[in-house]
Design a protein around this ligand. Structure first.
Ligand code: 6PG
Length: 481
């Protein structure tokens, strides 16, 4: 790091001008901030200036040194490069040019452990680091995303006037708040994406049931999703599901029917499941969604298997309205479980990593801008308003009532899917979780007995304190361990 006397006037630097970076830069400029731009390939910068230079005050630069010199101190730089090594390389290069107290913000989908490491590495160099989850895709980046900044608090306070103006606002509240130290912002964004996976998987399973059990075509399903959007399921993902189903291609047929049934993934859903396993939190709906994508990728294997295992005969018939309503209610109940699991994961992560996550505020900033934005998030916020220490959303009265109301439909829908060979892993794992959770006494007593039998792992008793071991293969007596 060098002590650079030269400083410019730009309030924000954006480094990396692929679509997300370019749109964030335009967003900041449109809100009245002077924005310095740098991209290694200058064509991107030139294109941005040519097409959108009139939208605000930009300083286009052609070297990292000029970019840094264009910024007012303390400098605030958002890097929007591919997650992984490119972020480390960029931080290393930038560090050569920055001064103490300057701020680097990583706005990509970085793994939270990388963010925590970078936070410490930057701290050692006197650079303030923010790992900021940004959700909303290309359009959100431009029009107002949901932002989840974590890291150095003083750095957040410095950038807050900018980022809260860039974020979308819902009922007067910006969808951006300080999340917590180190990698907390990226952790919360990761869980957001995990929930996004579960939400999409549940929608996909509802689609599969309507298509496979009732023979509905894409246009009919588009109508149904449009109706669902008017109710409790009101959300961006339900809205775009209707739009995707409604779209026809050049042949006039539904585009969705021509799309290859293999889902790709960049990894954030998988990271959520991996972290949940490490923390011992059952996030079954998210994890099943990750597995479902993996199974979708085995297209050749699925083709071979279909030849060996013919589909059970399904008597496809026109659905009763009540049957479609049942799928809707089952989707809502499963969605509640998916969110309950994701929020519990954040509770446990906060305890494990020493973060102070405010789950009510997190649900507030997910109400707009992000991919999982939904009316439903108001209900979550209200639940945390009622009890900020709520350990599981299913213990809140609103969600209890909603799930109890949907319960019969939820079971019926899954039974019909299972009987007719339609895989509904997210629906059914959500129900299994619910059934496991709502029993004060489950079957793990037997499991403990087995563990003690073969490994002397001991067990506890309901009627006495302490740990015990039975001499199973000797005299059968019990000893206190
Ligand atoms: C968002 C999205 C965004 C991205 C996902 C896609 O919040 O804006 O989540 O981050 O579209 O990473 O993830 P997959 O490629 O893994 O589906």
């Amino acid at each position: 790091m060098s002590d650079h006397a030269a400083a410019g006037t730009a309030e924000l630097g954006v480094l990396g001008l692929a679509v997300m970076g370019a749109n964030l830069a335009r967003n900041a400029a449109r809100k009245g901030f002077e924005v310095a731009l740098f991209n290694r390939n200058h064509e991107r910068t030139d294109k941005l200036m040519a097409e959108h230079g009139h939208e605000g005050k930009f300083v286009a630069t052609k070297s990292v040194a000029d970019f840094v010199a264009a910024l007012a101190k303390p400098r605030a730089i958002i890097i929007m490069v591919k997650a992984g090594k490119p972020v480390d390389d960029m931080i290393a290069e930038l560090s050569e040019h920055l001064d103490a107290e300057d701020i680097i913000i990583d706005g990509g989908n970085s793994l939270f452990t990388d963010t925590s490491r970078r936070f410490k590495e930057c701290q050692a160099k006197n650079i303030r680091f923010i790992g900021m989850g940004i959700s909303g895709g290309e359009e959100g980046a431009l029009e107002g995303p949901s932002m989840m900044p974590g890291g150095e608090r003083s750095a957040y306070d410095h950038i807050a006037p900018m980022v809260t103006k860039m974020a979308v606002t819902v009922e007067g509240t910006p969808c951006c708040t300080y999340i917590g130290t180190e990698g907390a912002g990226h952790y919360v964004k990761m869980v957001h994406n995990g929930i996004e996976y579960a939400d999409m998987q549940l929608i996909t399973e509802a689609y599969d049931m309507m298509k496979t059990l009732y023979g509905l075509d894409a246009a009919a399903m588009a109508e149904i999703f449009t109706e669902w959007k008017a109710g409790d399921l009101d959300s961006y993902l339900i809205e775009i599901t209707a739009a995707v189903l409604r779209k026809t291609d050049d042949t006039g047929k539904p585009l969705v029917d021509a799309i290859v049934d293999e889902a790709e993934q960049k990894g954030t859903g998988r990271w959520t499941a991996q972290s949940a396993l490490d923390l011992g939190v059952p996030v079954t709906a998210i994890t099943e969604a990750v597995y479902a994508r993996a199974l979708s990728g085995r297209r050749g294997m699925r083709g071979e298997a279909e030849k060996k295992y013919p589909h059970p005969a399904v008597a496809i018939r026109k659905p009763e309205k009540a049957e479609i309503d049942a799928i809707r209610d089952a989707l809502y109940a499963s969605k509640i479980v998916a969110y309950a699991q994701g929020f519990e994961q954040m509770t446990v992560a906060a305890q494990q990593f020493g973060w102070e996550l405010h789950l009510g505020e997190i649900s507030t900033i997910w109400r707009g801008g992000c991919i999982i934005r939904a009316r439903f998030l108001d209900r979550i916020k209200e639940a945390y308003d009622r009890d900020p220490k709520l350990s599981n959303l299913l213990l809140d009265d609103y969600f209890r009532d909603a799930v109890v109301k949907a319960e019969a439909a939820w079971r019926q829908v899954i039974v019909r899917a299972v009987q007719n060979g339609v895989a509904v892993p997210a629906f059914s794992s959500a129900l299994a979780y619910y059934d496991g959770l709502r029993r004060a006494r489950g079957p793990a007593n037997l499991l403990q007995g087995l563990r003690d039998y073969f490994g002397a792992h001991t067990y506890r008793r309901l009627d006495k304190d302490g740990s015990f071991h039975t001499r199973w293969s000797q005299d059968g007596s019990e000893i206190e361990a």
